[in-house]
Design a protein around this ligand. Structure first.
Ligand SMILES: NC(=O)c1ccc[n+]([C@@H]2O[C@H](COP(=O)([O-])OP(=O)(O)OC[C@H]3O[C@@H](n4cnc5c(N)ncnc54)[C@H](OP(=O)(O)O)[C@@H]3O)[C@@H](O)[C@H]2O)c1
Length: 339
């Protein structure tokens, strides 16, 4: 049983703990929160026994193997640094880091701490149905893929507070915490494009800004040698559009790229063929299983191969996200930090 520590006590941590329980491979032991009261309130119902409001003591004294980091985006870097320095297995929520400078520093630190492992919680790429769909796309690629349109647009109830002018604005709508549509939802679309087509040759992002300065929604174009991929994402509107991968005469349709429950292949004769794969009730279960396999066998050849692949993917996503922001002159305070 992997002993689990957590940073961040909001809804996504409940979902992760539900998934962790389903796997039967983790037990929550240790909670860090900004207040001890909150740490206990959140952690006791899950059976946690250690509570900290000092992050250094959490890492140095806490009895856990794996830390799950689900804090606002701009805090991931410093918290993950401490986790690596304490040789932990780390699951960091997406988007792992704000820019390539942070990513490079983390890579160097990982090299200096060979027992530590770092994975990004890009839950969608671990699901069985997503991986079955990737196999199908691989078959289509041989037949001249024509690009894709990926949609990830969901109204955030937190935007109500921005519209109301109720400061302080929710973290996810602030530059300080590296928020905005690209960082929050666009990351799923970028992961989608990169797992399917690899790294693009060039990218451009056309954002619509919220009054807080972050991107509220936007359209990104990823240019590849023979085609383009259009990403449409946002937090200030609801889209009911599917996402589509285009072959020459055939098309693969995802009901959602990040909460995939249904994928349909339409052949050249416009006949629909569902992609068959089991779908877990909690979309974080597959990733928590994958991560447990790695943490329980960190030096196993197959696990090392997967780990290297996930890290490389995560780094490419980070780099493409940064290039997209640069194309739109969107900067965060974290971009100017020297440490
Ligand atoms: N994979 C997914 O499906 C998914 C879904 C949602 C979010 N996420 C990711 O999870 C992370 C957290 O997102 P969220 O929406 O939960 O963020 P959030 O509500 O803004 O904050 C998460 C936690 O961080 C702590 N926190 C809040 N404000 C803080 C501040 N000013 N300074 C220090 N700590 C603060 C709080 O924990 P304490 O009060 O206990 O200190 C809070 O519970 C993000 O990286 C996000 O992208 C992933």
């Amino acid at each position: 049983m992997l002993k689990l520590g957590i940073i961040g006590t909001h809804i996504i941590t409940d979902q992760m703990l539900d998934a962790a329980k389903t796997t039967g491979k983790y037990q929550l032991t240790t909670v860090y929160s900004r207040t001890i009261d909150r740490a206990k309130e959140f952690g006791e119902p899950y059976g946690a026994t250690e509570f900290y409001d000092d992050i250094d003591r959490f890492f140095e004294d806490g009895d856990f193997d794996v830390v799950y980091v689900a804090s606002p985006n701009s805090l991931h870097y410093q918290q993950v640094r401490k986790a690596i320095e304490n040789d932990k297995f780390i699951i960091v929520e997406k988007p792992a880091f704000v820019n390539p400078r942070e990513y490079s520093a983390i890579e160097s630190l990982l090299a200096a701490h060979p027992k530590a492992r770092l994975v990004e919680a890009a839950r969608h790429i671990h699901t069985k149905i997503y991986n079955e769909a990737l196999k199908k796309i691989h078959e289509m690629k041989a037949d001249h893929v024509q690009g894709a349109t990926i949609n990830v647009m969901k109204y955030s109830s937190r935007y109500d507070k921005v519209l109301d002018g109720a400061e302080p604005y929710p973290n996810i709508f602030t530059l300080k915490f590296a928020g905005g549509a690209l960082m929050d939802l666009g990351v799923y679309a970028v992961y989608g494009a990169i797992t399917i087509f690899g790294e693009p040759d060039s990218v451009v992002y056309f954002p619509t800004l919220a009054k807080t300065g972050v991107d509220a929604k936007g359209v990104a174009i990823l240019n590849y040698d023979q085609f383009t991929v259009t990403l449409n994402f946002g937090k200030t509107a609801n889209s009911y559009l599917d996402s589509e991968i285009y072959g020459l005469k055939d098309t693969l349709v995802f009901d959602s790229i990040f909460d995939t429950t249904k994928v349909t292949y339409y052949d050249a004769d416009k006949q629909a063929h569902p992609i068959e794969a089991p779908v877990e009730e909690n979309s974080m279960t597959d990733e928590m299983n994958d991560f447990a396999d790695l943490f329980n066998n960190p030096d196993d050849e197959e696990q090392v191969k997967k780990y290297k692949h996930w890290l490389a993917l995560s780094k490419t996503v980070n780099s493409v996200m940064y290039s997209l922001r640069q194309s739109a002159q969107l900067t965060f305070p974290a971009d100017n930090d020297q440490e």
